[in-house]
Ligand binder design. Structure first.
Ligand SMILES: *[C@@H]1O[C@H](CO)[C@@H](O)[C@H](O)[C@H]1NC(C)=O
Ligand SMILES: *[C@@H]1O[C@H](CO)[C@@H](O)[C@H](O)[C@H]1NC(C)=O
Ligand SMILES: *[C@@H]1O[C@H](CO)[C@@H](O)[C@H](O)[C@H]1NC(C)=O
Length: 287
């Protein structure tokens, strides 16, 4: 009993070392390798040999960046530290976006707050149709340190992860007539003033400005569409398309159930005043 516990701790330890050094090895990608600044360049600062950026927001501007390339599948991962102090009204965003009239979009939107708990809103647009908001209260203080946020997007499922815990799943159920994101998307990040929208009508306290958000890890694990065609982006030679990432594994399913039960504060699927009929994908996205 004792021995197996120790062995297990040892595996965990080795696993942690492995994953952290692995992540560390990827962390040195320069921002400019895969990204460029889209707006507010005077509110974006490069740090640590361009492996980290700081976006700032004041009454004049925020800032945003995007990937140079379009992707057809991938595991899009960013480490983010949110603005501290009273950031009511301030929105930090990390998302995939297809820049077409009937756009596909996968969103992480972090809503500013005057202290924990902080709310993370996710949304899924397919063919220009969104309105699929879910809100999760983060179980840690995201302004204290960097945490990992990831969007897995393959032919089978789209999963939003917070520190490797799945908080949202959107499955490909096109075979039963539901829509699924399929357009080439770019990776985007921004810091902007969402006063009113993101603050339940409360005002941004500009005396706290500039608000500062930090992003790290600019290595993109995605299928580049200028190089590959859409069909090739579904190939299982890309690790994010592998069989084990077609569904959540058992541990992930348990985490997902626990986290959604404990921390989901809003779900469009159960908002009967907005949707008198449950949106069709809600049932099939469950575990
Ligand atoms: C980044 O790290 C990798 C592996 O740790 C190394 O091979 C590479 O030379 C590093 N690149 C830069 C720009 O430091
Ligand atoms: C969704 O799944 C169907 C098979 O059920 C597949 O043909 C299609 O390519 C998938 N769509 C995307 C965007 O991956
Ligand atoms: C895309 O890739 C698939 C699989 O490799 C191939 O069969 C198909 O011919 C390619 N399509 C184009 C337009 O190149």
């Amino acid at each position: 009993m004792k021995l197996s516990t120790n062995l297990c701790l040892l595996c965990l330890f080795v696993f942690l070392i492995f994953t952290s050094t692995n992540a560390g090895g990827l962390d040195n990608t320069s921002f400019y390798q895969d990204y460029y600044v889209t707006w507010g360049s005077d509110h974006l600062l490069l740090l640590n040999q361009e492996t980290e950026i700081q976006l700032s927001l004041d009454q004049n501007s925020g800032a945003g960046f995007e990937s140079k390339l379009h992707y057809g599948s991938g595991s899009f991962h960013m480490r983010i530290k949110l603005p501290d102090k009273n950031s009511i009204g301030v929105v930090t965003a990390f998302y995939l976006y297809s820049r077409s009239t009937d756009r596909d979009e996968l969103d992480f939107e972090f809503l500013g707050s005057n202290g924990p708990p902080y709310t993370l809103q996710t949304n899924v647009y397919v063919n220009g149709q969104g309105g699929r908001e879910q809100r999760t209260q983060l179980w840690f203080d995201p302004t204290n340190d960097f945490h990992s946020y990831k969007i897995l997007w393959n032919q089978h499922q789209t999963v939003f992860y917070v520190d490797d815990i799945p908080i949202r799943v959107f499955k490909n159920n096109t075979k039963i007539g539901l829509s699924y994101p399929s357009q080439p998307m770019q990776v985007e990040g921004s810091l902007w003033n969402g006063e009113g929208w993101a603050s339940d009508g409360r005002k941004t306290d500009w005396s706290q400005a500039p608000f500062k958000a930090y992003f790290q890890r600019f290595n993109v694990d995605g299928c580049v569409l200028q190089t590959f065609n859409t069909t090739q982006c579904y190939s299982s030679t890309f690790w994010w398309n592998s069989e084990k990432l077609q569904t959540l594994d058992e541990q992930e399913q348990r985490d997902y159930e626990r986290v959604t039960k404990q921390y989901m504060s809003y779900d469009y699927c159960s908002d009967r005043s907005r949707y008198p009929q449950t949106p069709p994908e809600c049932q099939s996205n469950q575990y």
